[in-house]
Design a protein around this ligand. Structure first.
Ligand SMILES: NC(=O)c1ccc[n+]([C@@H]2O[C@H](COP(=O)([O-])OP(=O)(O)OC[C@H]3O[C@@H](n4cnc5c(N)ncnc54)[C@H](O)[C@@H]3O)[C@@H](O)[C@H]2O)c1
Length: 369
């Protein structure tokens, strides 16, 4: 069998999440990891040794002609800056979420890519996994009729009990919405198409929180941002979804996402995972039944979004790019809309209107996308 065409990738940012990408890239035949870089060079050296690629400085990686696509795994505050440097070096970019902290910076990234004729992609790519693709197939095939509404809940008591350095979670640009919102909003747009407007209330339960993790036990954590976001998303399809994203809640009994249709309901799995369970209730069965997966990739397959983008590059745009920058820009606009609506006391109209990402085809062989 002839060797498949590949796209050379360079990974910038060799922190916590990078192993998932180094390992994921080995799974997809279209990706060839050439080199990695980090502002702390010794981190890049360690990852290069572990995963069998070259360690370079950021400048060397950007000048490396074998690197065609940069995977940007830096911290959110520098996502835009690093993506812009990669685009200026003539590389396509796939970025971890969010695309940028501000909409203005995200727009700069998208405009520069359009000007240069390069692609921008962005996490999360979990919606390309088995759980969310199976949910999408059920919706598209009409198992619950017309989707009227839904609910989405991510509620916890925050990361300060387990994260070794939780202070940044409560600073401007972070918080529950910017950390976890991308998974929920992206999954919903994948299932229902783009959002038309948002009505929301945001609040915070504490002015100062206290770290209870072993590393920083007792450290005060001033809260600069809302920690409880509650709102309604109205979709262009006509469906409306109640969403709460919070770091102020100890316990609840809600499923991550549910969709309600004219013929039944779907229990959609946690969009921060690739697997299930997917459950279906129909007027015919009148009970919740767990569904088998229609698609592969139920294990951690981070980098599937970059592999999908590599296919778009190799096919000259014929293969539809799914975890696109346009989708991530829309998700970022929706995230910002919650606070805008809360402050103004009115609906916030969403200006961007990306295409609903194409569903993955049936019959995919593992390693292909
Ligand atoms: N850790 C997770 O479980 C997780 C899960 C999903 C998504 N993410 C996302 O992945 C991204 C990275 O998260 P992480 O947990 O790996 O963070 P991290 O802090 O562990 O790693 C970020 C790395 O980027 C490097 N870096 C920072 N600025 C840089 C620059 N200008 N140039 C080059 N390197 C630079 C840092 O030195 C660090 O090694 C974030 O956007 C986060 O939202 C993380």
């Amino acid at each position: 069998m002839s060797k498949a065409k590949q796209i050379g990738i360079g990974i910038i940012g060799c922190g916590n999440i990078s192993d998932a990408y180094f390992n994921g890239a080995k799974k997809f035949e279209v990706l060839n990891t050439i080199s990695c870089a980090d502002i702390e060079h010794e981190k890049a050296v360690a990852k290069a040794e572990e995963h069998g690629c070259e360690a370079q400085t950021v400048e060397e990686l950007l000048a490396n002609p074998k690197v065609e696509l940069v995977i940007n795994l830096t911290i959110p505050a520098v996502h835009a800056e690093v993506s812009i440097a990669a685009l200026n070096a003539g590389k396509h970019v796939h970025c971890e979420k969010p695309l940028a902290v501000s909409l203005e910076d995200a727009k700069k990234v998208m405009d520069l890519a359009a000007e240069k004729g390069l692609l921008v992609g962005c996490a999360p790519d979990t919606f390309l996994g088995a759980g969310l693709q199976t949910s999408r197939k059920l919706v598209d095939d009409g198992w619950i009729g017309k989707v009227v509404g839904g609910s989405a809940f991510l509620m916890s008591r925050g990361p300060e009990s387990w994260h070794p350095n939780p202070k940044f979670f409560y600073e401007v640009g972070a918080g529950p919405m910017f950390d976890m919102g991308p998974y929920y909003i992206t999954a919903l747009v994948h299932l229902l198409g783009p959002v038309k407007r948002v009505a929301a209330v945001t609040s915070k339960a504490f002015e100062v929180r206290t770290a209870t993790c072993e590393e920083q036990f007792g450290l005060p954590l001033p809260v600069e941002i809302p920690t409880h976001y509650s709102g309604t998303l109205e979709f262009h399809s006509g469906a409306s979804v109640n969403m709460t994203i919070s770091f102020d809640v100890y316990a609840h009994n809600h499923k991550p996402i549910e969709l309600y249709g004219t013929e039944g309901s779907i229990g959609v799995p946690d969009p921060n995972t690739f697997g299930g369970p997917v459950t279906l209730w129909t007027a015919a069965t009148k009970e919740w039944k767990e569904q088998g997966f229609s698609h592969p990739y139920s294990d951690n397959s981070r980098s599937i979004g970059a592999a999908d983008m590599a296919m778009t590059i190799l096919s000259d745009g014929k293969h539809p790019h799914k975890s696109s920058g346009a989708l991530a820009y829309h998700a970022l606009e929706v995230m910002h809309a919650f606070e805008k609506s809360s402050v103004s006391g009115t609906h916030t109209v969403i200006e961007s209107k990306p295409e609903q990402p194409a569903a993955l085809p049936l019959g995919l062989i593992e390693g292909r996308v």
